[in-house]
Design a protein around this ligand. Structure first.
Ligand SMILES: [Zn+2]
Length: 453
């Protein structure tokens, strides 16, 4: 008799957001077909996961792969999703800040066609929510957009929403129960502080966060949280670096607002000393905060007040980053994180701070899959779900090296860091896309994942 199953993952500890169990996972035609104590059902390939964790893949709710690019090519959908595979990411949810900005159905369809043939892991897509594109939002929804992205501050890539437009957008997306994800910083404060600091000649890396103070983030989060509460909209606060903003989210949530919040590895692992040391390579928006702020953010993460971890991977070439070497405000804001976020967060949260592996799975997979309407196809290990799995060794120690990164431009402010916990193998729909340092899938294996609504 031939093999009944394509793949069996044996003897590992299977972890979901609400439970963990030692069992065997049987996979057929890209999906999980059985989870059972039975060990001897024939399978074409068997992975012995004894002593390792069997986790639903990382659903990255915040990916910028800059493809199609505006100017220089700093990452492509191929290099970005290869690093995703190596970093345990099985689904990237790609942001709309590419060129042209994805604010129309045409841009959405064109981008999907450009990215699809390069994708090594699965991907879903945001559309942009900009002033006056409500009709286009409807069309993008019909083409499978999982959510929309809006900005309160000015950005060179995407027109911001003023308060009136934000309110309108929440009213209309709220009616359809579609998530609106918002970059929250106060436009006026940042703009005038950025000018002031430069006029004073305060243009060093350490000056950057003074142009993006905590109150700027806190005020914007409070404003959108209030609007979310009053409109009933589904609102997600992206890349939160501010502990008090998390408290604001918790408060409005206690009143019944449909609010969620994510943070990123850089806000939990980098501080003012790294900004001093790495300069332009530690510049992002919101900025890296001081260690005392990070400590407060960690408290809230461990208390379960944040929903997801997102990479906010945003790569730039050394030449682009160097534009800020004499004036930090001239450097493009963004940090690479795709390949390292998952193991770094595991090490810092689970190994060093005692977070449960279930909460780690919730934050790295389940919550984002739910928020972006691709659950229960993605975001869990269960019968019927896509066989997206990370085989993770929680005790393996390794050192971050630039040459092992799959990014187009291989840099990270974490170089030299010792990490405990390693992605051994990443499986997308039953196929291994990464194993032991090697990428095993070609561009085009990854599929576009439309919203399941
Ligand atoms: Zn971002």
């Amino acid at each position: 008799m031939g093999a009944v199953y394509d793949l069996c993952i044996k003897k590992g500890t299977i972890v979901n957001a609400d439970r963990k169990v030692k069992a065997n996972v049987y996979i057929k035609n890209g999906r999980i077909d059985a989870i059972t104590a039975e060990e001897d059902i024939p399978a074409a390939r068997v992975i012995n996961a004894e002593g390792r964790l069997v986790l639903p893949g990382f659903v990255d709710p915040h990916t910028h792969l800059n493809d199609p690019p505006g100017g220089d090519v700093s990452e492509t959908f191929l290099t970005g999703t290869r690093s995703a595979a190596a970093g345990g990411v099985t689904t990237c949810i790609e942001m709309p800040l590419t060129t042209p900005v994805v604010s129309t159905a045409k841009a959405f369809i064109d981008k999907r066609a450009i990215c699809g043939p390069k994708a090594v892991v699965d991907f879903a897509m945001f559309g942009a929510c900009v002033p006056g594109n409500q009709d286009e939002i409807q069309k993008m929804l019909a083409h499978g957009a999982v959510a929309f992205k809006a900005f309160t501050p000015f950005s060179i890539e995407i027109p911001r929403l003023d308060d009136a437009s934000m309110l309108k957008a929440m009213e209309s997306l709220g009616r359809e129960q579609v998530t609106l994800s918002i970059h929250c910083e106060n436009a006026d404060m940042i703009t005038s502080l950025t000018e002031e600091l430069q006029a004073q000649g305060r243009v060093k890396p350490g000056d950057y966060q003074d142009a993006h103070p905590l109150i700027s983030e806190l005020e914007a989060v409070q404003r959108v949280a209030l609007m979310a509460y009053k409109t009933g909209a589904r609102v997600h606060v992206v890349h939160c670096s501010c502990p008090e903003a998390v408290d604001v989210v918790s408060y409005y949530r206690s009143l019944g607002a449909d609010l969620t919040v994510e943070t990123c590895p850089h806000y939990l692992t980098l501080n003012e000393k790294d900004v001093e040391r790495w300069g332009v390579y530690c510049i992002c928006n919101p900025p890296i905060r001081d260690q005392s702020v990070q400590d407060e953010l960690w408290k809230r993460v461990l208390e379960g007040k944040l929903d997801c971890i997102g990479t906010d991977h945003s790569a730039y070439l050394h030449t682009e980053k160097a534009e800020g070497k004499d004036n930090i405000f001239k450097t493009p804001a963004g940090i690479t994180a795709m390949q390292l976020c998952y193991p770094l967060f595991f090490d810092e949260a689970v190994n060093k701070r005692g977070m449960s592996v279930e909460q780690f799975v919730s934050m790295s997979s389940t919550a984002a899959a739910k928020r972006y309407d691709i659950y229960p196809k993605k975001g869990l290990i269960d019968v019927g779900a896509d066989a997206d799995v990370v085989i993770f060794d929680p005790k393996a120690q390794w050192v971050v090296e630039n040459k092992k990164l799959f990014y187009l431009e291989k840099w990270t402010p974490h170089v030299g860091r010792t990490v405990t916990g390693r992605v051994d193998e990443t499986i997308v729909r039953g196929k291994s896309v990464y194993r032991d340092g090697e990428i095993l899938a070609e561009g085009g294996y990854g599929c576009f994942v439309p919203a399941l609504r």
